[in-house]
Design a protein around this ligand. Structure first.
Ligand code: 5GP
Length: 210
């Protein structure tokens, strides 16, 4: 009975498993939609246009910035990443929830503009485990891994600002914990104003009849 949808942000270190966890959540919960970002980076093997990202040129990205089409954007490495504004507004307006999987700078911009945003940070249980996962996916060079680890050290400075910290030990447990956060946020009294008005009216009627 949400009055209007909740806006969730999931951030986390590269290799923390946030993509897997968020995709699983939206598969299991029809009332939450994953926003697809625009990016100037190249498509990776196994990715698809409009599924993982909208892959656009730097010029088109800059045009979108100029025209105010992005809710937020950030530069990560050499590339731009940004959240299309219209999709997020449309879904929230329909009373459904939206989940953004974005990095920490973008997340803090969204939080400043919409203070009710719920931010969740996903982390592996230890730095050693993070390195093991980055090496294990076999996607990045040794240099890339070193760069991602040093970025993780910077991002760790922001973790304490988040509303929730999810320690991703196993994917199944992490997805369960994410469902629990979403459920708890939906139960907040201020998200259930329709219900409150309804029961108030009923109680007035009922008390008059007695
Ligand atoms: P990747 O290139 O590995 O897919 O993503 C790199 C980083 O960009 C990740 O931390 C991811 O969460 C973040 N990211 C993806 N989309 C967006 C977006 O729309 N805005 C911002 N600020 N970050 C994003």
């Amino acid at each position: 009975m949400a009055e209007k949808g909740c806006l969730f942000i999931v951030s986390g270190f590269a290799g923390a498993g946030k993509g897997t966890v968020t995709k699983q959540l939206v598969k299991e919960d029809p009332d939450i939609r994953l926003s697809i970002s625009a990016t100037t980076r190249d498509m990776r093997k196994g990715e698809a246009e409009g599924v993982d990202y909208f892959y656009i040129s730097k010029e088109s990205f800059e045009q979108k910035i100029k025209e105010g089409e992005l809710l937020e954007y950030a530069k990560y490495g050499e590339n731009y990443y940004g959240t299309p504004r219209s999709y997020v507004e449309q879904v929230l307006g329909e009373g459904k929830d939206v989940l953004l999987e974005i990095e920490v700078q973008g997340a803090s911009k969204v939080k400043a503009a919409f203070p009710e945003t719920i931010r969740i940070f996903v982390t592996p249980p230890s730095a050693k485990e993070l390195k093991r996962r980055l090496v294990g996916r076999g996607r990045d060079s040794a240099e890339d891994i070193a760069r991602r680890l040093s970025r993780a050290a910077e991002e760790a400075g922001e973790m304490g600002e988040y509303d929730y910290l999810l320690i991703n030990d196993t994917i199944d447990q992490c997805v369960k914990d994410l469902h629990a956060i979403v459920a708890a946020e939906r139960m907040k009294a201020k998200k259930q104003e329709d219900f409150i008005s309804m029961i108030k009216e009923q109680l007035e009627e009922t008390s008059k009849g007695e």
